[in-house]
Design a protein around this ligand. Structure first.
Ligand code: HEM
Length: 409
């Protein structure tokens, strides 16, 4: 697949990871320098080479550095397949696949179509009041207390509540979802057994809910999928289970990361925060800029035939990390690419990807982010990072802050 990684802290496995000497030939998204501040590393690499490479994952993984190359690869699914086992330390792990993100044409479109009705703007809008109530309660509590953690107590909960309502499952299971996601995305890339166990558990959970929905259908995505057809046939259970695992994995730490990064930025930049709090009509543009500047998602591709990109020769079987966040910071594409310009007028970022796999949940992610930021700034217009506190960032393919301790006022 796909989405491979976040985390709260470096795991024990991460601690054993040798330090990187040169990111051009040995990049590693778990290296502390990359985790804490990747932007100077990307800028330096872009000046030095068309593409980085690392033998630390799979049998070697390419790291494209230029917007045009990344978008070009995303638009060529025949040469760059989404059917693969992701980016893994010490070789690939057979962890199965998660459609539609792990599907190629023609199957991809059929599967994507079964999900589309649930991600149309009108349907998404129907979840607004639910998301808003969740944000209100959480922001009001932090405002009243006078301090809190913008990632732990706020950002991470909002997508869990949203996905739970879409799937029609109990939001009280949120802690369990986050634990599975951590094991699949953060611990899993370094430990195949942890990943396999988490995937089995989440599939078993989904199988139980599917049986319940067959007995008593509701107006939720699981009820919709158990009744859906593809080519005149019902969808097989194993396919539905995997599609549902993807909803959790794709929908939670991505949005959590984007909301958290925006709140972290606003805690550190008084001018931007005060301007936005005073003029909420700037929010749509500011939100796109946060999505661009702190794009969280890197995904993977597998090369299907020997090919060449920007002078770099790739072999069939090689893997490529689809560095949408690096594309979003390419100065050849964006003026002042490394500055956060909250009223940036032209912003054709690729935080949601490009081509046939472009994010299916982008409308939902934008809705969650808009409500989360507007509500936070209304309750907490003045705040900063708590003195002496440490902000921590995830490791791996999904980048976002995992702890943002703040004080109000
Ligand atoms: C800010 C939040 C999000 C970001 C930045 C993001 C980013 C992305 C990116 C870059 C891709 C392309 C993957 C590829 O090229 O292989 C993608 C695909 C996808 N995303 Fe998101 N995503 C976000 C939120 C969500 C949400 C909330 C959901 C659903 C609940 C979701 C569901 C999906 C699905 C199902 C795909 C696969 C689409 C396909 O293969 O056709 N995403 N996302």
């Amino acid at each position: 697949m796909t989405y491979t990684d976040d985390s709260t802290d470096a795991s024990a496995a991460d601690a054993a990871i040798p330090p990187v000497q040169d990111f051009a030939t040995d990049w590693d998204f778990n290296d502390p320098a990359w985790v804490n501040d990747p932007f100077p590393i990307w800028a330096d690499l872009r000046d030095r080479c068309p593409m980085g490479h690392s033998e630390r994952f799979n049998e070697g993984v390419w790291l494209p550095l230029h917007y045009d190359d990344i978008v070009g690869i995303a638009n060529d699914p025949q040469t760059f397949s989404n059917v693969h086992h992701g980016i893994r330390r010490g070789g690939t792990v057979d962890r199965g696949y998660f459609p539609p993100i792990n599907s190629d044409p023609p199957e991809h479109l059929d599967i994507r179509r079964t999900l589309l009705p649930f991600f149309a703007p009108k349907r998404i809008e129907s979840w607004r009041s639910h998301i808003a109530a969740d944000c209100e309660a959480r922001a009001a509590e932090i405002a009243e207390r006078g301090y809190g953690d913008a990632a732990v107590e706020y950002s991470q909960h909002i997508p869990v509540g949203a996905i739970a309502s879409i799937l029609g499952i109990d939001p009280a299971d949120g802690d369990q979802f986050r634990a599975w996601i951590f094991d699949i995305l953060a611990a899993g890339p370094n430990d195949g057994a942890v990943m396999a166990r988490a995937i089995t558990e989440v599939r078993d959970y989904m199988a139980t809910v599917m049986a319940a929905r067959r007995a008593e259908p509701g107006d939720d995505l699981i009820s919709h999928l158990v009744a859906a057809e593809m080519g005149g046939e019902p969808l097989p259970d194993h396919l539905i289970e995997r599609m549902l695992v993807l909803q959790l994995v794709a929908g939670i730490d991505t949005t959590w990361s984007s909301i958290g990064a925006a709140l972290w930025h606003l805690a550190c930049h008084d001018d931007d925060r005060r301007r936005l709090a005073a003029a909420p009509e700037l929010l749509p543009r500011a939100m796109e800029e946060f999505l661009r500047a702190y794009a969280p998602v890197n995904v993977a591709r597998r090369v299907t035939v020997d090919t060449e990109v920007n002078g770099v020769e790739m072999r069939a079987g090689d893997h490529v990390m689809m560095t949408f966040p690096i594309a979003c910071r390419d100065p050849q594409r964006f003026d002042r690419a490394n500055d956060v310009v909250i009223d940036r007028a032209e912003n054709r970022h690729v935080a949601f990807g490009a081509g046939i796999h472009r994010c299916l949940g982008s409308n939902l992610a934008r809705l969650e982010m808009e409500i989360a930021l507007e509500t936070w700034l209304r309750h907490i217009p003045e705040y900063s990072i708590a003195p002496g506190a440490e902000v921590t960032w995830s490791t791996g393919q999904i980048r976002g802050p995992r702890s943002v301790p703040i004080v109000v006022g």
